[in-house]
Design a binder for this molecule. Sequence first.
Ligand SMILES: Cc1ncc(COP(=O)(O)O)c(C=O)c1O
Length: 374
Amino acid sequence: MKVKKNIPLCLPKLPTTEKIIPYLKKIDASRWYSNQGPLLKEFLLRMAKLFHIQPTQITTASSGTLLLELCLKAMNIKKNSLCITPAWTFVATPLAIINAHLTPVFVDVDPVTQTIDPLQLEANLPHLAHKGEIGAVIVVAPYGMPINVKDWDNFSDKTGVPVIIDAAAAFDTVLQLPQMRVSKTPIMVSLHATKIFGVGEGGMMLTTDTALINQIESLTQFGFKNSIRNAESLGTNAKVSEYTAAIGLAALDSWEKTRTAWEKLATQYQQLLNMLEIKHLFTHQWLSSTCNIIVPYQADAIANTLENSGVMARKWYGDGCHHHTVFKSALATELPNTEYLRKSTLGLPFYLNINIDDINTVIDQLAIACAICA
Ligand SMILES: Cc1ncc(COP(=O)(O)O)c(C=O)c1O
């Protein structure tokens, strides 16, 4: 009897031990294990160079979620004021808002860009202000899809409302696209193991606002500033250890190679999905570590059919944040596009070194599932 093979959804791939060892040896020699050590400094310098920014325009923390929270805190936004954010995001976004003592308000996204439209939000601000004082906005670049950073700089300038861009999955998009070039509006990029550039756990914040970078950095270190051991603000411990920096440096050593491998995989998928005439989010302009298809109102049914045939699939944003237990009574506007997206967006198996037979199985089973669910 043929044993059914399961094809996982995601299989992260960080640098091998062999590639990390030279950096670990440096840690052995320096006996510097955390607290802004030499490897973290080297990592920041090399990242700044890669993103064509100054080293003063980047900082790191132990997770992207914490960076969102600490950035809101660094912006000194009035306690309990509203923070507007899409319901169409991973739950980390509104959790960071709550942990920064603000109140999330879920708004709808554009059905094509899957993100908040800045002009529409600007027009809706007076209406949203009826719900309370507006303190901030967190915009999300879903699955690494692009947004226009300058548009959000302009939104902030015009309205006086500070904005953060949650670009958790957009490492490569920020690198590749001029419209995502680092500017005043802070951009958070996650370095979680599942992302296209991963270190295990970690995140980075990028902005030309160096005072904001300083303040976030201080909050990651108990509120200490400039190595003076005096807590100036209510910080926490969100530092990145030298071990994480070692993985990051090894990942930087092989980034070009890693990117080429992701690109090859994305091109293969893109061609096969195009042949099936299934809508997807791939483009040739940027890469991310997930493969999302758009199957109008069929995401759940197709996911179930695929899983029964051993192909794992997942709605990466689940049913949207407003359907999570803790956010069921959260403030929200009407969310018709989010409702459409949650029923229509599905993630397929997508990871480095997936073999061609498995890709073909995914595509064959997808064709069958689409036919069954039609
Ligand atoms: C949109 C979004 N925001 C925030 C996060 C949290 O990032 P981290 O896992 O680095 O805390 C994620 C993680 O996938 C995400 O998808």
